[in-house]
Design a protein around this ligand. Structure first.
Ligand code: PAF
Length: 286
């Protein structure tokens, strides 16, 4: 496995691979890798000759400095895991390499920045779009892989690619879950035992909302079902629980018919903020 921190060395490796006609997949990550990331890497390895995994805790996407400081970092373990998976290359740059000077470019994703994560983490998607654009330029992947746990991020990145005509196909990979339903996340590592014991209730609440929708409850009443369930757990502080249209993330209307929906949640357990989502059709689960 090749490990690069210098973008020039990475680019000359990529150029070599391209000359040999190799197809390149990119898996952007912030490290502290888990089974969810392995699935992205495995998915990429299935359809590309070379998989580049980037590991970089991107400061520009953190609106909370404490979250940035406390974000789990585990480079040696990450590299071991990627090597075992058979990943061909890793790019782990420093802040100085990624941001030699303070960036001034600010991309604006319009309405997408004012709802769900965008609303609760001001500036977050500007930082994500900036770093992902840099990675696309440096790696020039044919395909790039993102987890569906960050559903809104996936929608934002698809818009980024469309608006800036990046020649890359974006592939969303389904959420990996613990046996009790908790969505895998690097932040789970920071949960205390008693928080971990109730963290799967977020997924249970999503399932209750879905079941209520399937029983033809109104959107408001379905959300109340989920919130009432979570209210039993004093360690869980819900930031939002919302039903939106799956691809445009708008408020759904009762007349919409069979357009897919996404039930999205963000909640704090102590100071750890977790997100999750569940996609549903009005009549069928997808
Ligand atoms: O999903 C993540 O881990 C990050 O937001 C990403 C896409 C690697 C950009 O820093």
């Amino acid at each position: 496995m090749q490990i690069f921190s210098d973008p020039e060395l990475l680019q000359s490796y990529i150029t070599d691979q391209r000359i040999q006609g190799k197809i390149i997949g990119l898996v952007p990550t912030m490290g502290a890798l888990h089974e969810g990331h392995s699935r992205l890497v495995i998915e990429s390895m299935k359809s590309n000759d070379i998989t580049v995994c980037s590991i970089y805790v991107n400061p520009t996407q953190f609106n909370d400095q404490q979250d940035l400081v406390k974000y789990p970092r585990n480079l040696n373990k990450d590299l071991e895991m990627l090597k075992e998976l058979g990943c061909q290359a890793v790019f782990c740059p420093t802040d100085k390499v990624m941001y030699p000077t303070e960036p001034v470019l600010k991309m604006d994703f319009g309405q997408l920045e004012h709802l769900l994560e965008g609303h609760h983490r001001p500036g977050h998607f500007k930082g994500v779009a900036l770093v992902v654009s840099k990675l696309f330029h440096l790696v020039q992947p044919d395909k790039a892989y993102f987890g569906e746990k960050d559903w809104q991020q996936l929608i934002v990145i698809k818009k980024l690619v469309e608006d800036l005509s990046f020649p890359v196909e974006i592939v969303g990979v389904p959420i990996a879950r613990e046996p009790d339903g908790l969505a895998l996340s690097s932040r789970n590592l920071r949960l205390r035992q008693q928080e971990r014991a109730v963290a799967n209730q977020l997924f249970i609440a999503l399932q209750l909302v879905k079941a209520a929708l399937e029983e033809k409850s109104s959107f408001e009443s379905a959300i109340s079902t989920g919130l009432d369930h979570l209210a039993q757990f004093s360690l869980i502080r819900v930031e939002y629980l919302e039903i939106v249209t799956a691809f445009t993330l708008e408020k759904p209307s009762a007349e919409m018919g069979s357009e897919p929906l996404s039930i999205c949640i963000a909640a704090f357990l102590g100071d750890i903020r977790l997100i999750d989502n569940l996609q549903v059709f009005m009549n069928n689960v997808i």
